[in-house]
Ligand binder design. Sequence first.
Ligand code: ATP
Length: 235
Amino acid sequence: HATGKVFAVDDLKAWYGESQALHGMNFDLGEGELVTLIGRNGAGKTTTLRSIMGIVKNRTGSIRFNGEDLINKRTFQIARAGIAYCPEERDIFSALTVSENLSLPPVLRPGGISDKDLLAQFPNLERRKGSMGTKLSGGEQQMLAIARILRTGSRFLLLDEPSEGLAPVVVKEIGQQLLKLKALGYTILLVEQNLRFAKSVADRHVLVENGRVVDVMTTDALEADMARVKSYLGV
Ligand code: ATP
């Protein structure tokens, strides 16, 4: 498509009842690019992902993916179009085993990875394949939540704070998996508060404040101006 971008939101606004949470977001992703949304709590990062998925329904603007506008589509249609969402809560089935969790998501598109191949791709999960969701560590749950969406065949992944609450060594493992997915050509939009992690995996960063994009920076630019970035984050 003309811009060479696989995904773009333009003037995206969203509301919870009377309360407006997004005030006109603009950003885009090239195919195979890994981009973060960074910003302080309440800036609108999660709302952006939920608006893209049509979970927040009261939204306007355009959400173009592969040349198609998804703004009037419903969540199941957006999933079928090839966008997968991994929420912050991870939402794995705690009463089911790892294998069972991996076998549940529907294959929506060609290229969905089978549960067997997912276990091969995520050795941590292979080791725990018979364990119930409740028995998994936070990091294992996060790996499972990411692995599970790959079954659908979606090539565009929306990930909400996969590093949250995890030990640094586990965050590193998650980062390695994300880089592997990037190498496989997946396009990834990642909500992050952990700047070190964000810098270690992403190409570009969309800075969000009060439901607006205040800047878009490459990782190099971000490195060079950490003071400004930290002021946005309030750290
Ligand atoms: P966090 O990392 O804390 O989730 P965020 O940047 O993802 O922060 P959002 O969760 O998207 O921010 O919140 C954006 C705004 O929308 C905030 O003012 C928040 O209070 C509001 N908001 C979020 N969810 C709801 C909801 N279900 N109902 C009403 N307001 C909400």
